[in-house]
Design a protein around this ligand. Structure first.
Ligand code: PLP
Length: 289
C-alpha cells in the first residue's frame, strides 16, 4: 500500500513519523474516514466540511484548502489503483518538543491511508448484528465534544473492549445522564410503532454523514414520523427495529441488544427499506458516472 505523508506518496514501510509527533504523544489530531465507490469519494464535501469543523474546534490550522485535500485523496487512490475502498485522512498537531502548547508544533503532520474495501459481509445485513450497552459513558460535550472527529479514541476503545468481552459486534455508549448516545464508530436509530427515532446531536455525538442522509431519506417518506429525540436504553429493548449507520456500514441492522431479541429477531421492514433506498438514491449514482 502507498501512503500519503506530508505531500509525498511513499511505500507503507517508509510512511514513518517521529515519536515526538503530538498525534503519537497526546492523541492530538483529527481525522475523517471516507468511502470510495467506483473510484469516486462518497459525499466528499460533507466529510470535508466536518473535517474543517473538527480543525476549528481543536484550533488546528489546516495547511491545505478543501481542493488540495480532495486532490491529495484522489492522488493516493490513484497511486494504489483503488476503485472500491475506504480512505482515512488524518492531521496531527505535528512534530514538537514534549509539552501541551500547540505552539511547540509549527507544522501539522498529514497522512492519508487507503484500504481496499468492498463492504461488510452480506451475512451481517441478512441476519443483523448484536450490540451491547456498555458502562463506559460517551465523552461529555463540555469535556471532549464528540462532534470533533478526534484521533484521540480512548473513550471509544474502552467501550469496544467492554463490548468484545460481551461478544457483541458493537458497543452502544450512553451519555453521562444515561441517554443513548452512539456506537464506537457509528450512530444508532430505532423504530417503534412506525416512528423512526435517533438521538439529537446536541446530546453529544458525532454528526454522522450517513445519519444525516438517513434522516433526509426517512423524511422524504415518513415525514412527521422521523424524530430526533433523547431516549434511554430500555427504549432499545422495546424497539421493533434497530440499526446502526456509518460510512463503512451504510445501514447495519441490529437484531439483539444486550442479548434481547429486537422485534422478531430479524432485520425489520423499515431498516431494509432504508438500506435499499440509501443504496439506490445515494450510492447507485456513483456507478453511473
Ligand atoms: N459516531 C462515531 C463515534 C464515529 O466514529 C462514526 C464514524 O466514524 C460515526 C458516528 C458515523 O459517522 P459517518 O456516518 O460520518 O461515518
Amino acid at each position: 500500500m502507498k501512503i500519503y505523508l506530508n505531500g509525498k506518496i511513499v511505500p507503507q514501510e517508509k510512511a514513518l513519523i517521529s515519536v515526538f509527533d503530538h498525534g503519537f504523544l497526546y492523541g492530538d489530531g483529527i481525522y475523517e474516514t471516507l468511502r470510495v465507490y467506483n473510484g469516486q469519494i462518497f459525499k466528499i464535501k460533507d466529510h470535508l466540511k466536518r473535517f474543517f469543523q473538527s480543525a476549528r474546534m481543536t484550533s488546528l490550522n489546516l495547511p491545505m484548502t478543501e481542493a488540495e485535500i480532495e486532490n491529495a485523496l484522489y492522488k493516493t487512490l490513484q497511486a494504489n489503483k483503488l476503485k472500491e475502498a475506504y480512505i482515512r485522512i488524518q492531521i496531527t498537531r505535528g512534530y514538537g518538543e514534549i509539552g501541551l502548547d500547540p505552539a511547540l508544533c509549527p507544522k501539522p503532520t498529514i497522512v492519508i491511508i487507503p484500504k481496499e474495501f468492498h463492504g461488510h459481509p452480506e451475512e451481517f445485513y441478512q441476519k443483523g448484528v448484536s450490540v451491547a450497552v456498555v458502562n463506559i459513558r460517551r465523552n461529555h460535550p463540555l469535556a471532549l465534544n464528540p462532534k470533533i472527529k478526534a484521533t484521540n479514541f480512548l473513550n471509544n476503545i474502552l467501550a469496544k473492549i467492554e463490548s468484545l468481552k460481551k461478544n457483541a459486534y458493537e458497543a452502544i455508549m450512553l451519555t453521562i445522564d444515561g441517554y443513548v448516545a452512539e456506537g464506537t464508530i457509528c450512530n444508532i436509530f430505532f423504530v417503534r410503532q412506525g416512528v423512526l427515532i435517533t438521538p439529537p446531536t446536541n446530546i453529544g455525538i458525532l454528526e454522522g454523514v450517513t445519519r444525516d442522509l438517513v434522516i433526509r431519506l426517512a423524511k422524504s417518506k415518513y415525514l412527521r414520523v422521523m424524530m430526533e429525540n433523547s431516549f434511554k436504553k430500555e427504549a432499545l429493548y422495546n424497539a421493533d427495529e434497530c440499526f446502526l449507520t456509518s460510512t463503512t456500514m451504510e445501514i447495519m441492522p441490529v437484531t439483539r441488544v444486550d442479548g434481547k431479541k429486537i422485534g422478531n429477531g430479524k432485520p425489520g421492514a423499515t431498516t431494509k427499506w432504508l438500506l435499499k433506498g440509501f443504496r439506490e438514491k445515494y450510492v447507485a449514482p456513483y456507478y453511473k458516472k
